[in-house]
Ligand binder design. Structure first.
Ligand code: FAD
Length: 438
């Protein structure tokens, strides 16, 4: 079989590798000049760094298995997570059950209640029974108003903005499940993993294996049209960066693009079209600060202060040593943003300037002289919005167009999207496509 794969993120690359291993011919097209999509990296101080922060949980078994298969398992490093919560002008450690018990912005009774709710959620096995509940309604009811307003509402608002009240409870349930599975013991600290050398190590290995097996991976080449005849895929029209178009023939096509982009590439029957068109995505904006000092000892600092315009201050060099980046300390300040957010209209300099005063709230000693360089990364399709009864809204991977399959982040549920799940989905869909072709 000759397969065209659209998109060179980890999902497309994992699928391409499956096809190539099974002896099929793959041509993979990535419109960006680099591979990796949301997990792509760039050079900082001689090391590679993800455009958007990335780590793994112990439960990310598919990506761990793939790294093993590629001979890269010894590149995985695991560290105790250092999680904090910034509220009322100070940082609260938020990594263990003891931290929760010491979290005094809520009363002791509320802390106990929060602990019990956490245990209750962890005991729920069948997430399907949560499908008609929103995370906001569930937490208000079970954790109580004060816990909701102090902890969950700022996190939901920060992550989902105007969608905060609509997010389905299974999404939050899966967050708990992932994090619990990433602890070595019930009361122990969560372990977070990183790939020594960055996600680029995995991306490079997949590209190399695919090409070694005689298939092709092309960057800077976008797909402008999926060609069909009588509702059957026949090929792709590709366009390079100067707009030169070319038609290529394929027996089957796998699209790994955000689902709302699929209708721009191919005509779809009404049912399927309405599914792919109605799932909203949020974007993400990350400012990366390359500094000569550390801002805080925390790796993942949730920001629960509505006046601070970012949801997260993540200090990469509290997970990975600064020596990886030429001795520099790396901080991401990141936020998820809806398409109407005013920050899309700000220049990089305006954005950075508007964030500076807020870093001083986290560490009053922070000074611009600490900052040696900044980078801004923006992505329009970073997080699908999962509303109630979401599993009924997900378009099937096999589209109604014969030979055309879709493996997008919005089809991953109830888990929150992540490289582990894009890889799992890419592998599963590639196997299903091959099974159908047999
Ligand atoms: C802020 C942020 C933090 C994250 N943190 C983590 C984390 O800690 N751990 C983790 O595991 N995951 C994390 N993720 C999620 C992870 O990055 C994604 O789940 C994963 O990378 C998605 O891979 P994908 O291949 O499914 O999609 P994508 O990476 O979106 O790849 C799709 C590719 O298709 C390309 N494309 C689109 N249209 C066309 C076209 N017409 N022609 C050719 N190419 C096209 C795009 O350029 C893109 O490269 C994070 C994501 C974000 C945004």
């Amino acid at each position: 079989m000759k397969v065209g794969v659209i998109g060179g993120g980890v999902g497309g690359l994992a699928a391409g590798y499956e096809f190539a291993k099974a002896g099929h011919t793959v041509e993979l097209f990535e419109r960006a000049p680099f591979l990796g999509g949301l997990a792509s990296t760039f050079d900082v101080g001689g090391g590679r760094l993800e455009r958007f922060y990335h780590h793994l949980f112990l439960s990310d078994v598919t990506i761990i298995g793939l790294l093993d298969e590629l001979g890269l398992k010894d590149r995985l490093i695991w560290e105790d997570s250092k999680v904090g919560y910034f509220t009322h002008g100070r940082i609260y450690p938020f990594a263990t059950a003891t931290d929760l018990l010491r979290f005094n912005p809520v009363s002791f009774i509320d802390r106990i209640r929060m602990g019990l709710v956490t245990l209750y959620i962890q005991r729920i096995k069948n997430w399907k029974r949560l499908e008609d509940t929103t995370a906001a309604a569930f937490m208000r009811k079970w954790a109580g108003r004060r816990n909701y307003e102090e902890i969950w509402e700022p996190l939901l608002r920060g992550k989902f903005g105007r969608y905060a009240e609509q997010i389905a409870m299974p999404w939050m349930w899966s967050k708990f499940a992932t994090r619990v599975a990433s602890r070595k013991s019930l009361l122990g600290r969560e372990q977070l993993g990183y790939i020594e050398g960055s996600w680029q190590v995995l991306i490079d290995a997949l590209e190399q294996r695919i090409t070694e097996m005689g298939s092709e991976v092309r960057t800077g080449v976008g797909v402008s049209r999926i060609e069909t005849t009588d509702n059957h895929v026949t090929g792709l029209t590709i366009a390079d960066s100067d707009g030169t178009e070319e038609k290529r023939d394929y027996d089957a096509v796998l699209a790994t693009v955000p689902s709302f982009l699929l209708p721009r590439l191919v005509d779809l029957p009404e049912d399927y079209l309405s599914k792919v068109s109605t799932i909203d995505y949020e974007g993400a904006i990350a400012v990366i600060w390359v500094m000569n000092r550390s801002l805080s000892p925390i790796y993942w600092l949730n920001i629960a202060d509505a006046d601070i315009p970012f949801l997260l201050a993540l200090e990469q060099t509290n997970l990975v040593p600064p020596s990886v980046y030429g001795g520099k300390h790396i901080l991401y300040t990141a936020d998820y943003v809806t398409p109407d957010d005013h920050r899309w209209g700000l220049s990089d300099d305006e954005l950075i300037e508007s964030y500076v005063e807020h870093l001083r709230k986290i560490n009053p000693e922070f000074d611009l002289s600490w900052v040696e360089r900044t980078y801004v990364h923006r992505e329009g399709a970073a997080q699908p919005i999962m509303t109630t009864h979401f599993s009924d809204k997900i378009p099937p991977n096999k589209t109604p167009v014969d030979g055309l399959w879709l493996a997008a982040m919005s089809q991953i549920y109830p888990e929150d999207r992540g490289t582990n799940y894009s890889i799992r989905q890419g592998q599963d869909v590639a196997r299903a496509m091959m099974a159908e072709a047999d």
